[in-house]
Design a protein around this ligand. Structure first.
Ligand SMILES: Cc1cc2nc3c(=O)[nH]c(=O)nc-3n(C[C@H](O)[C@H](O)[C@H](O)COP(=O)(O)O)c2cc1C
Length: 247
């Protein structure tokens, strides 16, 4: 099988955290948004809305709300990917139905999955145009303030941001887990300790080289130091405030 350009683009991915001030033009933005809308969606509900932000003052505020991430303000475009059941609410009203899905966790899985697929498409197209990106989960850091800032209505919540721009430098491609750890055949294989230790070494070497010896923690150390607390504690409050009243 011949490798194709899409495969090469996907395999060349790396997050970019340094951008030039060259703008992303309207045609590039339209291609990215066409790809967002072309993604599959649960029940064809199309539960995704993207807010594109170019205004410097707004980007600076978002950079602060996401936990002071300078690339959010530096890059020409910030895209906020939202899970959106507001249109479903309008559809329900037009058909004299009740919107009940938002009372179950299912709605969060639906919204987050749709956003993930749409953002994956956006990333693939942006990178195929030689633009750089970095997703920003930090939009869930102070989500209530972000919702206020951008005027998100009920049944809409931010899932992830996406910084888009022209890379000022290309970071090194980050190695992934050994494939055996993520591709299990026929049954889940829980025998993963050795593969995790192997990857710890790979990531430690990678970071050591990238940071000239300043950082060399392994993957398991990094992940466990983040997952030992709920790092975005406002998420539940944010969902309830947006109308997701879980039973
Ligand atoms: C949903 C999501 C949220 C992320 N949030 C952030 C973020 O807030 N800030 C950041 O610098 N990187 C963020 N990242 C980027 C990851 O750190 C990055 O994808 C991962 O370390 C793998 O590196 P790579 O993308 O260069 O291959 C996020 C990635 C994803 C998929």
């Amino acid at each position: 099988m011949k490798k194709n350009e899409l495969y090469e683009t996907l395999m060349n991915h790396r997050s970019i955290r340094s951008y030039t001030d060259q703008p992303v033009n309207e045609q590039e933005m339209t291609l990215i948004m066409n790809a967002v809308q072309a993604a599959p969606s649960s029940i064809n509900g199309q539960q995704v809305t993207v807010i594109s932000i170019e205004d410097l003052q707004t980007k600076e505020k978002i950079a602060e709300l996401t936990g002071n991430q300078p690339w959010v303000a530096q890059a020409p475009v910030f895209l906020l990917f939202c899970a959106d059941f507001f249109r479903a609410k309008l559809a329900a009203e037009q058909n004299e139905e009740n919107l009940v899905i938002t009372e179950g966790m299912e709605s969060i899985l639906v919204g987050a999955t749709d956003v993930g697929l749409a953002m994956g498409n956006a990333i693939a197209v942006a990178e195929s145009l030689e633009l750089g990106i970095v997703p920003i989960g930090g939009v869930r850091n102070q989500p209530l303030e972000l919702i206020e800032l951008l005027g998100l209505p009920e049944y809409v919540f931010p899932v992830s941001g996406l910084v888009v721009g022209h890379p000022a430098d290309l970071s090194a491609k980050k190695p992934r887990l050994p494939q055996k750890a993520v591709w299990h055949k026929e049954r889940y294989d829980t025998n993963l300790d050795g593969l995790i230790k192997e990857y710890d070494q790979t990531i430690s070497n990678y970071l050591d080289e990238r940071t000239n010896g300043e950082e060399n923690r392994g993957w398991s150390q990094q992940v466990s130091s983040l997952y030992n607390h709920i790092y975005y504690p406002e998420v539940r409050k944010m969902l309830v405030r947006q109308g997701f009243n879980f039973k």
